[in-house]
Unconditional design. Structure first.
Length: 223
């Protein structure tokens, strides 16, 4: 299994169209491996409107994961578990309502941020590793619903989606080379910034043979 390696200041994935609704329900899942523990706050995944309105999952200088919500320029931060370097972790950022944003670490709820986002303007960009985090990211899945803990645990072991096919927004298996930014469900591709490279992904994750897996009867996604 492949992963995207972000090591330089400019390295990131970004998109300004076909975004998740960060004021509605959504789920963002991915595997993370920290090459170098940060000495400053580093964003891992972010939905934002020019920084004035934001949902972001990030690492802070204490090496804890944090959910940060910004509404009208005012931020509410909630910290979770302190992570270690050179270890694969599965993270899921799940918004269930306007007052419930959670982060699941390895399938277990780790953070809840209850900042009310009622009336917040729509986001304008979506970013992966937008602030110089020296890390690897693999197997990104986006849903337009709030997955349950059981759903997240099912997803951890597979590149292709195991649950809630109708609400699958996009899947990024992080294929090597020029294909690493391709979305294979709806064609919502990332723009790659900087010089992202290919490295080995997490072990014990069942791979798919390619985008055709979503079309072959023998590989149909299961509810």
């Amino acid at each position: 299994m492949n992963a995207a390696n972000f090591t330089l200041l400019a390295d990131s994935f970004s998109r300004a169209t076909n975004l998740l609704d960060y004021n509605g329900t959504y789920s963002v899942l991915f595997w993370l491996y920290i090459n170098t523990l940060p000495s400053a706050n580093r964003n891992l995944y972010e939905l934002t409107l020019s920084g004035s309105d934001t949902d972001v999952l990030r690492l802070v200088s204490s090496n804890a994961i944090q959910l940060r919500i910004v509404v009208g320029g005012a931020a509410t931060n909630t910290n979770g578990t302190v992570l270690s370097g050179n270890t694969w972790y599965h993270l899921a950022m799940v918004r269930s309502s306007v007052t419930d944003l959670q982060c699941y670490l390895n399938g277990v709820s780790d953070i809840t941020n209850t900042r009310d986002v009622t009336g917040r303007s729509a986001s304008s960009t979506e970013d992966v590793v937008s602030s110089a985090t020296d890390c690897r990211i693999a197997d990104i899945k986006l849903y337009s619903i709030n997955l349950s803990a059981d759903d997240i645990v099912k997803e951890m072991g597979y590149q292709w989606a195991q649950t809630n096919r109708a609400s699958l927004h996009e899947v990024y298996p992080i294929f090597p080379g020029a294909r690493r930014t391709l979305g294979i469900v709806n064609g919502y591709n990332w723009t790659e910034n900087g010089t992202v490279t290919d490295v080995d992904g997490p072990p014990n994750v069942v791979e798919i043979p390619g985008p055709q897996a979503y079309r072959q009867p023998s590989m149909l996604l299961r509810r």
